[in-house]
Design a protein around this ligand. Sequence first.
Ligand SMILES: [Zn+2]
Length: 242
Amino acid sequence: MSSNQMKSNVLVTARELCADFVSLFYPNYCLGCTNALYKGEEILCTRCIRELPKTGYTNDPLNPVMLRLAGRLPLKFGLAFLKFRKTGLVQHLLHQLKYNNHPEVGVRLGKLFGKELAESGMKSEIDLIVPVPLHASRKRRRGYNQSAKFAEGLSSALSIPWNESVSSRVVRTSSQTRKSKVDRWENVKDVFAIERPEEINGQRILLVDDVMTTGATLEACGKQLLQAGCVELSVACLAEAQ
Ligand SMILES: [Zn+2]
C-alpha cells in the first residue's frame, strides 16, 4: 500500500468515526416519518422533504402573508415556507421542534427555505435575521427558542447573520391558540422590548417566527424593530395556519 493510499484510508476512517459520533447526538432516522436515513440525508428523508406542503409564495408580492399584514405593518416582503394544518407532516414536525426537544428540525427547515430564498435573489435585500423572542422562562424550560433555530438555518443557507438578543419578550403571555383576532393583538401588543437598538439601526431586517395565524405577534415585534431604526422590514414564518 502506498503512503498516499494509507493516508486516504486513515481519512476515510476518521470521517466515519465523525459520522458515528454525530449520530450519537442526532438520530439516524427521519424525524418526519421515522424511516432510516440514507447517507447524505440530514434530519429529514428525501421523501418527507418532497412531501412538504410548500406555500410557493416566494415570487408572489400579493401572497396571503402580505395581504394579512397589509395596512398593519409596512413590509418589503412577507413569506411563509409551509402550509400548517392541524394534522399532517408540518404539524408533526412543529411538534418535534417545540415539544420533543428536536431543535435540529428548525435548523433543517430553515436551511431548506433559505436555499429557496437564495435562489429567488432575496438574499441581497436583507442585512440581519431576527427571530421573534420567547419569554426567558419559556426559553429556559424548552432549552431554546424554536424560531431562533429556524433563523439559524436560514442564516446558514443565506450567509446572512442572525441575532437572537436584539429584542426580548418582557411579558409572559398566555397561549394565543383559543383567542380571537382582537384578543390576540391585545395579548401581544406590549410584550416586546428592544434590547440593542444599535444593532438594529439602519438594518434591513428579516423577522422570523414559527407559525403565523393572524400575524399579531409579527406585527407587535415588527413595529418595535421599525421604531428602533430598522430601515426595511420583511417577515418569514416557518408555517402559515390555513
Ligand atoms: Zn421521512
